[in-house]
Design a protein around this ligand. Structure first.
Ligand SMILES: [Zn+2]
Length: 188
């Protein structure tokens, strides 16, 4: 992580709600559209400022562990949901890389223990409680569908051709996942 840049503004941070004596002026770039994520406050603290100023936190996916940031492709980030990490850690998955989707992670994004359920920040969706088991299933489905040249969207929006390609038995099994949230398809 880049060294935090100390500012001179005192006040409450509009991003994380912490009081600071080293904040920056609350002047957001014109491209900033994520106002609904903000709270009342008068400055940006030196920590949130570091995230805001470095576009990689917005454009890329990442894994943050104690003292270390690793920027990842989306696929690598999904794999990191399944990997073991020493807590505390935080995982963010960027989809379009446009929104400051990391802001909601300030409150609930950190994993303080390792387990089958992982907090994951997903651009446009806030912080999700992700079952690793479901990720494994959806990734194996994604691979199978790719091999059969059936688009992933067929899970929620099938055509008779897709059903014919997969065969009735596979199709029925796939139907078990059709009520899963759409974001799962997004990260597969
Ligand atoms: Zn802050």
């Amino acid at each position: 992580m880049r060294p935090r840049q100390l500012g001179r503004e005192r006040g409450v941070c509009a991003f994380c709600q912490h009081y600071t004596e080293h904040g920056h002026r609350l002047k957001l770039p014109e491209s900033f559209t994520d106002y609904p994520y903000l709270q009342s406050g008068d400055v940006i603290c030196e920590y949130c400022y570091a995230f805001l100023k470095d576009p990689r936190y917005r454009r890329r996916s990442w894994l943050i562990e104690a003292g270390r940031v690793t920027f990842l492709s989306r696929r690598e980030a999904v794999e990191s949901i399944l990997a073991e990490h020493e807590p505390p850690f935080a995982i963010y998955v960027a989809t379009r890389g446009k929104r400051h989707g990391w802001i909601p992670m300030i409150y609930a994004g950190v994993n303080w223990s390792a387990g089958e359920t992982v907090n994951v920040g997903l651009e446009g969706y806030g912080v999700l409680r992700v079952e690793r088991r479901n990720i494994r299933v959806i990734l194996s489905w994604a691979e199978l569908l790719k091999k059969r040249r059936v688009p992933l969207s067929a899970i929620t929006n099938p055509s008779p051709r897709h059903i014919a390609t997969l065969g009735t038995q596979l199709w029925r099994r796939l139907q078990l996942t059709k009520d899963w949230p759409e974001w799962l398809l997004l990260i597969a």
